[in-house]
Design a protein. Structure first.
Length: 93
């Protein structure tokens, strides 16, 4: 909980889920979330592979370095997602 509070200092925290269709749509929805005061977003794949979602995730975290973006690769275990995100260095520290 301390890490959560360190990242998100105000309450309530709003993290909309974006069901990603392609990179353009993901960027458009991230911009809407930012404009509406969201604290961040989660990107989720329903119609694409986790591999494609992670490529899009890698692009958008570079485009929005100061905005919190999470990723949920449906069909993969959490450890698989973490391993791939770190292996591909898809994060901003």
């Amino acid at each position: 909980m301390d890490k959560f509070c360190g990242v998100f200092k105000t309450r309530p925290v709003v993290l909309p889920v974006i069901h990603v269709v392609d990179e353009t749509q993901a960027i458009k929805n991230i911009l809407i979330a930012q404009e509406e005061g969201s604290d961040g977003v989660f990107l989720v794949n329903h119609t694409m592979s986790s591999e494609v979602l992670l490529k899009i995730y890698g692009s958008v975290v570079k485009e929005f370095p100061d905005f919190w973006i999470g990723v949920n690769c449906l069909g993969w275990r959490p450890d698989e997602v973490f391993n791939e995100v770190f292996r591909r260095r898809l994060f901003n520290l």
